[in-house]
Ligand binder design. Structure first.
Ligand code: FE2
Length: 86
């Protein structure tokens, strides 16, 4: 499987952003609880869950995209090999 470096990076950057957000909201939830603002913590927790859902969607999209790219590369290589035999 041959995948370009740019393709890998472009599929990983959005996930990296989500992971920063997950870490940030997780920290803020704990901070809100520590200083006694359970109501704020609950709202932040909801946002944290949304960030986790987005991360899961991005993972699925990246995996599908990479698999499709790999399949396309495999087909192109097979066609090239078949053409060279003729
Ligand atoms: Fe996000």
């Amino acid at each position: 499987m041959v995948l370009s470096h740019a393709m890998w990076v472009s599929s990983l950057l959005p996930k990296k952003v989500e992971h920063y957000e997950i870490a940030s909201y997780g920290t803020l939830v704990q901070l809100a609880m520590t200083i006694g603002h359970a109501d704020v913590a609950e709202i932040l927790q909801q946002t944290l869950e949304e960030e986790k859902e987005t991360d899961a969607i991005l993972t699925e999209l990246a995996e599908n995209n990479i698999n499709q790219q790999a399949e396309g590369e495999r087909r192109r290589r097979k066609m090239r090999n078949n053409f060279q035999r003729v």
